[in-house]
Write a protein that binds this ligand. Structure first.
Ligand SMILES: NC(=O)c1ccc[n+]([C@@H]2O[C@H](COP(=O)([O-])OP(=O)(O)OC[C@H]3O[C@@H](n4cnc5c(N)ncnc54)[C@H](O)[C@@H]3O)[C@@H](O)[C@H]2O)c1
Length: 365
């Protein structure tokens, strides 16, 4: 390896967060290898300019193939890894076996490859706020403490929790350091997978002048995709020893606040964006503990600014004829519960288990 040469590898690089990680690294002139099972994703075209894409080395590969992944790591002399490849809640619910293969085995493959290579300087992987279930909240309106025990209620959450255990064991047994970051609701250009992409789809709909119904409500952390990308890059560079897992913070808001931010950014959308009152089957708010102590200052774009920037970007893409209208194709509107009523937690009439069963059943798109 050439001395001092920093080179990132990003798995799941063609996803939403991955695209923003690539953009950020290219902008600062850092070498980056993009590893993804897909060879092309529209979201990459949305986020990176053509001259930014040519600065990236693209490798098509499947994270479930550990040997192939280890070869890529060695061939490209990678020094830092941002591991994002994964299947989200609806895909894990629809195919738990494939979900486990990609999310759990895929993560073990990353750690094995890093252990074998021996000189990778930084590894950060995406866990998720979904390791918590609604019942894990203190119940008195306080945020979930940073180190609270978690009992995930979805396959996806269980797989992410398994990855955190994997990271801990690779540190204690093999001395492989890592950082796990738990995003919650990431929004911004390129966000199009899973139910929590609905707020971003609503921003797209507002830019296109069409109505949109967000399929959930309640309170959660909203995290602007470029900020999340910067946090992952900072974590990969932190040179921290150990295997901490950290909750990412963001704007902690109720869904009406999100709709209001969209309406403020796009006046023609007033009344056209509605939402279900049912909250996600996860707690509304988390503490982030030692996040900044471990990875340094974390950028935070206020919701109003992030939403305005996202809608502006969608306008520019639409004007350039680059928007894929299929992005807004979705399940039919549920008919009840839409409107501006606030829902700041789990429905009191349903248990956390009921909530997550309904969540997985209703959101297989
Ligand atoms: N977006 C969020 O709000 C959010 C919240 C919490 C956690 N996360 C986690 O962050 C990570 C990135 O999220 P995102 O929104 O960018 O996801 P995304 O769905 O937009 O992208 C995931 C990427 O992984 C790739 N991928 C899937 N299977 C693969 C395989 N077998 N081998 C290689 N690549 C594969 C996909 O092609 C895709 O480009 C995921 O692990 C996700 O679970 C995201």
């Amino acid at each position: 390896m050439s001395a001092g040469k920093e080179r990132f590898l990003v798995t799941g690089a063609l996803g939403c967060i991955g695209s923003w990680v690539l953009k950020t690294l290219v902008a600062e002139g850092t070498d980056v290898v993009a590893f993804d099972i897909a060879s092309h994703a529209t979201r990459l075209d949305y986020v990176l300019e053509a001259d930014e894409r040519v600065a990236v080395t693209f490798v098509v590969g499947d994270i479930t193939d550990g040997k192939a992944f280890a070869r890529v790591l060695a061939e490209h002399e990678v020094t830092r890894i941002v591991h994002l490849a994964g299947l989200q809640v609806p895909l894990c619910a629809a195919d738990p076996v494939r979900g486990a293969l990609v999310n759990v085995l895929g993560t073990v493959n990353v750690f094995e490859a890093v252990k074998a290579q021996g000189d990778c300087l930084g590894l950060v992987y995406a866990s998720s706020a979904a390791i918590y279930a609604g019942g894990d909240a203190p119940g008195d309106g306080r945020p979930v403490p940073a180190l609270a025990p978690a009992q995930p209620s979805t396959h996806y959450g269980v797989y992410k929790q398994a990855n955190e255990g994997t990271a801990r064991v690779y540190w204690t047994q093999d001395g492989v350091p890592s950082i796990g970051l738990r995003p919650y609701v990431v929004y911004g250009v390129g966000r199009d997978q899973g139910l929590t992409s609905d707020p971003t789809k609503a921003m797209l709909a507002a830019a296109l002048g069409v109505p949109f119904h967000i399929g959930y409500g309640g309170r959660s952390h909203f995290q602007f995709a470029p900020d999340v990308a910067s946090a992952f890059i900072a974590a990969a560079r932190s040179d921290h020893e150990g295997a901490p897992v950290l909750n990412l913070r963001g704007s902690v808001v109720d869904m009406p606040d999100v709709v209001a931010a969209i309406e403020a950014a796009e006046a023609s959308s007033v009344g056209a964006i509605t939402f279900e009152q049912t909250a996600l089957p996860f707690p509304g708010e988390f503490e982030s503990g030692d996040l900044e102590e471990i990875i340094g200052p974390v950028p935070h774009t206020e919701l109003a600014h992030g939403v305005a920037q996202t809608i502006d970007a969608f306008h520019r893409l639409a004007d350039a004829g680059l928007l894929d209208p299929g992005t807004l194709a979705r399940r039919p509107r549920a008919g009840t519960g839409a409107g501006s009523a606030r829902s700041s937690g789990l429905s009191e009439s349903a248990t956390a288990a009921d909530q997550s069963r309904n969540f997985e059943r209703n959101h297989m798109d």
